[in-house]
Design a protein around this ligand. Structure first.
Ligand code: COA
Length: 143
């Protein structure tokens, strides 16, 4: 079980690594609380240290659609498959919770993340944002 302080510390460490800083978009403390109480948080740890976090929501039972709000890996743990593993975990959890698809937005300039998501099986769908792609995957397509 991840604590709020662990999650806050993780997001503080990766805050500047997003095309738009996380702390510019959300109040990180309140956001962590919301994610831990209503959301789905998937993580990968190395030697007890939180290395990768993928978090969002898998509770839209009307539309059966899960949403990844954030995915990040600490710099020193990148390119080891941890990001892709945590995203896959999220999709599986969402499927178990009754979601049929999972979607997310990724900034058009974020080549590394786009490559990771497409490698997992996400496809581009019509986006309602000019600066970001909207990607979607069917939970059943991820083994
Ligand atoms: C995007 C991010 C989560 C990837 O995490 P990661 O653990 O390094 O990714 P993985 O090791 O699972 O990589 C899976 C595949 O994604 C692609 N990929 C990941 N990082 C890449 C990079 N810097 N350049 C090119 N391709 C990359 C590769 O195809 C990689 O497979 P390979 O290593 O076998 O070539 C990480 O770079 C990150 O935290 N970035 C900052 C935060 C961010 O932008 N998050 C996404 C917001 S939507």
């Amino acid at each position: 079980m991840i604590s709020k302080s662990e999650l806050e510390e993780f997001f503080a460490a990766v805050d500047g690594d997003f095309p738009v800083r996380l702390s510019e978009r959300v109040n990180i403390g309140e956001w962590c609380e919301k994610l831990l109480s209503n959301g789905t948080v998937c993580a990968e740890a190395i030697d007890g240290e939180l290395a990768a976090v993928v978090a969002g929501y898998a509770n839209n039972h009307e539309e059966k659609t899960g949403y990844i709000a954030v995915a990040a890996v600490k710099r020193n743990f990148r390119r080891r498959g941890l990001g892709a593993a945590a995203v896959s975990k999220f999709i599986k959890k969402a499927g178990d919770a009754g979601m049929e698809t999972v979607y997310l937005y990724v900034h058009k300039s974020n080549g590394a993340a786009i490559r990771m998501y497409k490698g997992i099986g996400f496809k581009e769908v019509e986006s309602d944002r000019t600066d970001s792609l909207r990607l979607s995957v069917r939970c059943g397509d991820i083994l």
